[in-house]
Design a binder for this molecule. Structure first.
Ligand SMILES: [Zn+2]
Length: 408
């Protein structure tokens, strides 16, 4: 880089700060890094909402749930840590030191692979990374074996860090501990700490024992997450009464091989958009979130139409990366994390002139309309109430048929 270009850098940095301040001032739909979670509010942050075939704007599945204890402190819990999702965890500027509790719905790569950096990047974590997850048909197919394999995979990584005394004597934040539970027990209590309770319920995915759905209860709020599964009436029973239901649905998936398409594995082992609408309709949560969909301009409206054909009226969101929902007893607020290029990685510190994040708490009415600014997100067509929807595909089955493939 030439000296003249280097001299421009401070000016560019200042410009980005000004743009940042201007953007955030202008629009209450954003969450800023460091934004406080109000007391008695569960903040759900979609770190990844896509499939194993990740692309830049949609990473694989991970949800961060932040429980606002008192307006200052939070309890952080992760549901799944799929491929690439660590990028968005960094982007939220949530300290990894405070993310030490993980629940896994099942052990497919698109739900677990970013356990690796979460485990390896232990700086500041006060204790071991704690991972709860299901058993499998045999010991080598359960969470204990997966975590043991991860430790082996990162053996050199950890040895090198210990060699240079990166961690002080007696430090345990660089360790990982598995808590495997029986996948097959319905409505099973698997966690009960500090007022946070988590249950598991068997799911059905790839006809391989192990997958579960998860239900978190805290201060009269209930958030239920399907994991990957075919539609199950047992999930409806498990999730009845939930404030928020996050359920997988499948749509067209890109970049599949012909063999993967021919196998029809996706169609046979996931929930279609029409089916997820049926599940939402049966449960009637305060907010229904469809996740694990490949969202593109050409898929968004057909998917909404398909879900709305069986779930015509309830609050619905199609999950997109960095969506944020603040859920309290009285309101659900939907926003999006504001990420600027030099904010990724948590290196950006908002200048003192930045707006007070408290100014972004006044949007309390849930809105179907996803607030992506057209200038930065051109890949999605938005649905707004009352909008004339594109007609359903001539054959709704074609949505599933076009997306049959390999493992998710
Ligand atoms: Zn998956």
């Amino acid at each position: 880089m030439a000296l003249r270009q280097l001299a421009l850098l401070p000016a560019l940095a200042l410009l980005s700060v000004l743009l940042y301040a201007g953007l955030s001032h202008a629009d209450p739909q954003y969450v800023l890094g460091g934004d406080v979670v109000p007391a008695n509010t569960a903040r759900i942050i979609a770190l990844g909402t896509g499939t194993p075939n990740v692309y830049k704007d949609q990473l694989a599945t991970s949800y961060l749930i932040q429980l606002g204890l008192d307006g200052q402190n939070v309890t952080n819990i992760l549901f799944d840590v799929g491929t690439g999702s660590i990028v968005n965890l960094y982007a939220t500027q949530v300290s990894l030191a405070n993310v030490a509790t993980v629940f896994l719905s099942h052990l497919h790569s698109d739900h677990i692979t970013d356990l690796a950096p979460l485990y390896a990047l232990a700086s500041g974590r006060s204790g071991p990374l704690q991972v709860w997850g299901p058993s499998g048909a045999s010991p080598d197919l359960g969470t204990n074996a997966t975590v043991a394999g991860l430790k082996a995979f990162l053996g050199w990584d950890q040895a090198s860090r210990n060699h240079v005394s990166e961690f002080p004597a007696g430090y345990t934040g660089n360790q990982i501990v598995a808590h495997e539970f029986n996948y097959s027990v319905p409505n099973q209590l698997v966690y009960n700490q500090s007022g946070v309770v988590v249950y598991s319920n068997p799911a059905f995915h790839y006809d391989t024992p192990g997958p579960v759905s998860l239900k978190l209860q805290w201060r009269n709020l209930t958030i239920t997450y399907s994991g990957d599964t075919v539609p199950l009436t047992t999930f409806v029973d498990f999730a009845l009464g939930s404030d928020v239901v996050i359920h997988e649905a499948v749509g067209p998936v890109y970049n599949l091989s012909a063999a993967a398409i021919a196998s029809k594995n996706i169609a046979l082992n996931h929930t279609t958009a029409v089916q997820v609408g049926q599940i939402f309709q049966a449960i009637q949560p305060r907010l229904a979130i469809a996740t694990h969909l490949s969202l593109r301009q050409d898929t968004y409206v057909p998917l909404v139409s398909a879900i709305r054909s069986s779930f015509p009226a309830g609050p619905l969101a199609l999950a997109q990366d960095l969506a944020v929902w603040d859920v309290s007893a009285t309101s659900i607020q939907q926003r999006r994390f504001l990420v600027i290029p030099n904010g990724v990685g948590g290196l950006f510190t908002a200048p003192s002139a930045a707006p007070n994040p408290a100014g972004y708490k006044f949007v309390t009415q849930f809105d179907y309309n996803w607030p992506f600014p057209a200038t930065t997100h051109t890949g999605l067509q938005l649905y707004t109430p009352g909008q004339a929807l594109a007609p359903l595909p001539a054959n709704p089955a074609s949505v599933a048929a076009s997306s049959t493939s390999g493992r998710h």
